[in-house]
Each structure stands twice: as C-alpha cells, then as structure tokens.
Design a protein. Structure first.
Length: 459
C-alpha cells in the first residue's frame, strides 16, 4: 500500500501538533505560531527504535542492579576543565548533547576545541558542518592551534549521507553544526522546520545510542532565548548546554539546563581570546576586576552556582525622578524581585523610594536570580540613596523576606571562604548562620543581621 502523505500543523515555538490550523496554540499560548507541514507516516517495522534510549536491539528483559554492567571508560576527558565540570566530570560515551546559544557566541569554536582535544587522545572524531565550508573551518582551526590526524571534517546536510559516513568511519565523537541545517529525506518540509529538526534529532539519537557514539548538536536560539524548533528537542537529548553572555564582553558562560549525567546548576566560565575560548579558573576575580573604590551604591555579594561560589558586584543608582512615574531597571537580575525589594525598603525602613528612579546592575553582565543576592541589592540601593559608600572589603549575602527580615541561605561556609580567599575582611550574613560561621570560618569578621534595618545600621 502506498504511504499516504498527510499534512499536520505544528506550533513553531513548542511543537504542539494539530490536524487543523489554530490562531493560538493551546500548549504554549503563543499566537500565530502554527505552520503546515507534510509528514509521511513512519514504516511500522521496528519497535520504538527512533526514541529508544536503551540502544539495545530486540526485546529487553528486566534486570537487577547487580546485573547491570558498568565499564570504567564511560567518560571522555575534554581537557577543558570548565566544560568537564558542566558536563558532570567529562563527556559520557554515547550521550547526545545539545549546545544552544546566540549566533557568534562561540559554539563552533568550543566544539572545535573539544574535537581537537579528544582527537589528540587518539580517539576518532568527526566534525560535520552544514553551515561553513571546509575552508572556513580551516581558517578557524588555524587560529586555535594544531590538530591531530584523528580529527576529520565533512560538509554535509543530508542525514542519510551523514549516517552512512558515521557507519563507515566509526568515530567515537561526532559534532553536528548545526541541527537547523540538517535534513532528512523522509520528511518533506524545509530544513530548520519543526518536523525536520525533530526527525533529524531522533535519527541522531538512534545513532548515538545504537553505536555508542557521543554526539554534540549545535542549536540556534530564537529571540526569546529558546533553541529554535520545538521544545521536544530538549526532551530528547541527554544534556542541554546554553552559552550565554554579552557578545560585546569577552567572557562567556556555559550553563547546563538539563543533564542526565550531572548537576544542572553548574556553570563554566570562559573568555574569548585570540586563540579561541580560554577557561577562567577563578570567576570571582574576573567578575570583580575594575571595581570602583569608595563609590556609593556598590557592594560585593556572593552567589552559589552549582557547587561553586562566585563573588559578584551589585551596583545601584538611585536618583530623583523627573517624571511622575519613576523608572526602574534591573540588569542581570530579576526585575520583579528588585521592585519587591524596593517596596520592602519603602514600607519597612521608610525610605521614600517612590520619588526616585532606580537602576540595579550586576557588574560583568552575569545573569543571576538567586535569592541570596537580596541583601546585597538592598544594601546597594540604601547606599546609593543615602550616598554613603560601603567599605570595599565588605561582602553581604542573605535572602530578604517581605517583612524586611534576613533569612538564611545554603552553603554559607563556601561563600565566606571564597570571600576570605579574595581578601575580604567582613561578611554580613543572616543571623541564623552567625554562630555556625563564626566557629567554622576564622580570620574574617562575621556579622549576623536579622533584618535589613540591622544591616543598614552597619553602613
Ligand atoms: P563561533 O564559534 O563561530 O560562534 P557560533 O558558532 O556560536 O555562531 O564564534 C565566532 C566569534 O568568536 C567570532 O565573532 C569571532 C570570535 N573568535 C575569537 O575571538 N577568537 C577565536 O580564536 C575564534 C575562533 C573566534
Ligand atoms: Mg557556528
């Protein structure tokens, strides 16, 4: 029987499938996002091979934990410490990793460096580009350094040719740059469309699991900051990494938003240099570089990203509003949270914020939404409002509640020792942590505060 071609409507932003066109997507409430695509039903020969993560062919019998064999060599070392950390101690064999980020942020660069490092260990690596010509890749590679014979390049966008090449070359690691340029002949819609991206990913998933090859997939990001194509793509892969950071600043942050093999809070910090991306081993130092001395509205606070504390400078500028409606702006942190903290300052401390414009900025362009920054943001606002500089050897952290109370946060000791390492003398911490930290952290002054008003009296 000839396979009947049917058309389906897909939501471009979440992948919702519908048999008829709709103005608003019931899945993600996006307007005008449905596009028509033709899909050919898949032949019903193999049971669940397209999405099976087990990679095993044939039926699978239940096993006890002791029957499951683990081999030691399950992870590759990428020789990039920050990337290993984000991946959860190295690249897992047979995993599928999606790397997302704005154009020009460095996705191709870091993957070329990873390919170079892993192939340098004698492992076969295949770099498949659908975006650049071999000459362009060579130009980039020349900037980065020397590469071994084990690294091969290919310009191809047809997935069946790619599958054939992979089967022939049997590499251990494959890089696909990018998923939006790949196409699968069995799907009739254009490359980059929802069904094409989804089908291509499922083919790559099958290759990764059945041949035990680690595959990195580059994905472009839409204006809203999601990987272009459906969200389902994120559900299919094992790990989703996002590259973020200001294109104009030199540093880049790699964040794991999903990881089946490690923690998702970890971040890696890189700096874009002449010869590719270099790791930043001590991000706190990097973030505090160029901090103003004795300026009002500036204080250092500490955020914990994953397992690592990072010191960061919070800046606030409060100035009289020229219009009836004061302006508020938050860069790098949650706008609504800043509004809430300003309401707390107004009501609980009596600062007349209503007549003032306020701008809050995390220096260095980091994006952090951790509540432990609250106390730092409040103190920066107060310092700017009163025009009193806070000592440059003071850090403050703690969550602020709606009654103006300062609440405890996790990993207090790690935060204090990071501050001590960078030469800070005084830590303003939540009262609940004071005794514990005084006992465990020597050589740095610990001051516990139970409310924002308490903290204000210190500056
Ligand atoms: P690229 O990896 O091509 O970005 P993506 O694949 O995410 O689109 O990065 C390109 C940018 O990085 C480009 O603006 C040039 C810059 N760059 C350097 O500054 N130094 C280097 O050594 C390399 C290779 C690129
Ligand atoms: Mg690229």
């Amino acid at each position: 029987m000839a396979t009947k071609i049917k058309t389906v409507f897909f939501c471009q932003s979440c992948g919702y499938e519908s048999s008829k066109w709709m103005g608003q997507c019931p899945g993600c409430r996006e307007w005008n996002s449905f596009v028509e695509e033709t899909v050919k039903p898949a032949p019903k020969t193999t049971r669940g091979t397209t999405t099976s993560a087990s990679g095993a062919s044939g039926g699978s019998a239940p096993k006890t934990l002791s029957e499951i064999v683990m081999n030691d060599e399950e992870r590759y070392d990428t020789h990039i410490g920050e990337l290993n950390r984000v991946l959860g101690d190295g690249l897992v064999k047979g995993s599928l990793i999606l790397v997302g980020g704005d154009p020009g942020i460095g996705k191709s660069t870091i993957l070329l460096q990873v390919a170079g490092n892993i192939s340098g260990d004698g492992k076969e690596v295949l770099y498949i580009s659908g975006e650049e010509s071999l000459r362009q890749i060579k130009l980039r590679a020349n900037r980065i350094g020397d590469f071994s014979e084990h690294l091969k390049f290919m310009c191809e966008t047809n997935l069946s040719d790619i599958e054939e090449a992979i089967t022939r070359a049997k590499p251990e690691v494959v890089i696909i740059d990018s998923i939006q340029t790949m196409f699968n002949e069995s799907v009739s819609s254009a490359p980059g469309s929802v069904s094409q991206v989804r089908e291509s990913t499922s083919v790559l998933l099958r290759i990764a699991k059945s041949m035990n090859i680690s595959i990195f997939i580059v994905g472009h990001v839409t204006k809203e900051g999601q990987v272009a194509g459906p969200r389902v793509l994120e559900h299919m892969v094992d790990t989703v990494l996002y590259f973020e950071g200001d294109r104009h600043a030199s540093y880049r942050i790699l964040r794991a938003v999903k990881n089946r093999f490690g923690s998702t809070n970890e971040i890696g910090v890189f700096e874009m240099q002449e010869k590719g991306l270099a790791e930043v081993a001590n991000p706190s130092e990097f973030m505090l570089d160029g901090r103003p001395e004795n300026a009002s509205g500036s204080i250092v606070t500490c955020s914990v990203e994953g397992t690592r504390p990072i010191l960061i400078e919070v800046q606030a500028l409060v100035c009289r509003s020229n219009f009836g409606f004061p302006r508020r702006q938050a860069n790098g942190t949650d706008y609504n949270r800043v509004n809430l903290l300003m309401a707390v300052l107004e009501k609980r401390i009596g600062l007349n914020m209503g007549e003032f414009d306020a701008y809050v900025n995390l220096a260095g362009g980091m994006r952090i939404a951790e509540p432990s920054l609250d106390l730092g943001i409040c103190l920066a606002l107060i310092s700017s409002f009163k025009n009193i500089p806070i000592g440059s050897d003071v850090i403050a952290f703690g969550e602020v509640g709606l009654s103006g109370e300062v609440r405890s946060v996790n990993m207090g000791e790690a935060r204090v020792s990071e501050a001590k390492k960078l030469g800070f003398k005084t830590c303003i911490v939540p009262k609940a942590l004071e005794d514990k930290l005084k006992k465990s952290c020597k050589g740095i002054e610990i001051i516990g505060v139970s409310s924002v008003a308490d903290a204000m009296r210190l500056i």
